[in-house]
Design a protein around this ligand. Structure first.
Ligand code: FES
Length: 121
């Protein structure tokens, strides 16, 4: 474990900088399903989109430590803006309509490092 030497602005900054993310990009797709009332991402195709992303990342050989991880999550509490996903460590939130949008996020953001402005929420 590195020792804080006082040269960074805060111990928290030091901690973050000395512990890079396990994954370069960790992506969480909300796939929450609920009955009636408030909208949910599942009803807007989230499960299919998450499976598409997972398969495509695998196909591109981008899956694993130091690369990309595609996970599903429960409700992220942005239901009305859904379907939603979030990419960490950047904390960039997206919505999407179809697999073409997912491919744009993969190609531009996860591969190219450039967030897709038109899909950001
Ligand atoms: S159901 Fe997806 S954010 Fe709430």
């Amino acid at each position: 474990m590195p020792v804080y030497d006082g040269t960074h602005s805060t111990p928290l900054h030091f901690l973050v900088m000395s512990n890079p993310s396990y994954y370069q990009h960790h992506v969480f797709f909300c796939v929450n399903q609920r009955e009636g009332g408030r909208p949910c991402c599942f009803d807007k195709g989230a499960k299919n989109a998450q499976e598409h992303a997972k398969a495509r990342i695998k196909q591109l050989d981008l899956s694993g430590a130091g690369k990309v991880r595609i996970n599903q999550s429960g409700c992220l509490d942005r239901c009305e803006e859904g379907p939603v996903l979030v990419v960490y460590p950047e904390g960039v939130w997206y919505t999407y309509v179809d697999n073409a949008d997912i491919d744009d996020i993969i190609d531009s953001h996860l591969v190219g490092g450039k967030p897709v402005e038109r899909l950001k929420i």
